[in-house]
Design a protein around this ligand. Structure first.
Ligand SMILES: CSCCC(=O)C(=O)COP(=O)(O)O
Ligand SMILES: [Zn+2]
Length: 226
């Protein structure tokens, strides 16, 4: 039980940090932390709650199918299937999902390309990419109303590329994950920085992006203006 309590505190502390950035508008967002490998069990945010508050009912323990373990009136996040899919397909121990203006805008701006790729930013090193012109790419998937379909889409993308660091859901939000809670948070913060930087640059220098999706070098990789 001590292990679960420790994981609970770790996740609650991360939730407080993300809440301090106001990244949980309108009860949106969900977080989880793996408790057991086999059988898979994890703590996940309870559905529909204000994630800016810290209460005794913030999380519940669920099994590999997202079903609550033990006697609880709480309902697991509507997106618990996405978290389960990520744990099944990766070695992640923590998954974070937030809806921000920046991640919604970037997902809409580049939805037709199905992904957005960044290069020329120092923060790309947060993903462990240190090459001179290193790039980080994130897929953008449709915001299916059918949450099983949405989870399956995560699963098939992870099957194709198990090294993915996050997935954008169009006009919905981002989900990132990591081998540790700190890594998941690092990836989330780095992606949100890249989204915010790019959106502001486009607003400040609209001529820089005459053709959507093309940067100054005519590629469809977004690079900071050199
Ligand atoms: C009001 S946001 C709609 C649901 C959603 O996208 C989300 O991230 C929060 O859902 P949950 O069931 O985890 O509260
Ligand atoms: Zn969501």
């Amino acid at each position: 039980m001590i292990e679960v309590a420790k994981k609970w505190r770790t996740l609650a502390d991360i939730k407080d940090e993300l809440a301090a950035r106001d990244w949980f508008p309108g009860t949106s967002g969900n977080l989880s932390i793996r408790v057991r490998e086999d059988p898979l069990t994890f703590l996940v945010t309870a559905s529909g709650k204000d994630k800016r508050k810290r209460t005794e009912e913030d999380f519940l323990l669920v099994d590999q199918d997202g079903n609550p373990l033990g006697n609880t009136h709480l309902k697991a996040s509507a997106e618990v299937g996405i978290h389960a899919e990520i744990y099944r397909r990766t070695g992640a121990t923590c998954c974070l999902h937030v809806h921000t203006l920046d991640n919604n805008l970037i997902s809409e701006l580049y939805a037709s390309e199905g992904r957005v790729t960044f290069c020329g930013q120092e923060l790309i090193k947060a993903f462990g990419i240190w090459e001179e012109d290193g790039e980080i790419s994130i897929p953008i998937i449709p915001n299916y109303a059918d949450l099983d379909l949405l989870s399956k889409e995560f699963g098939s993308l992870l099957l194709q590329d198990p090294l993915l660091k996050g997935i954008l859901i169009r006009n919905h939000g981002i989900t990132t994950w990591g081998a540790t809670p700190l890594e998941a948070k690092k990836y989330l913060e780095a992606f949100e920085f890249l989204f915010s930087y790019h959106i502001k640059l486009r607003l400040l220098q609209p001529n820089l992006y005459a053709k959507w999706g093309e940067d100054v070098h005519g590629t469809n990789t977004i690079s900071s203006y050199r």
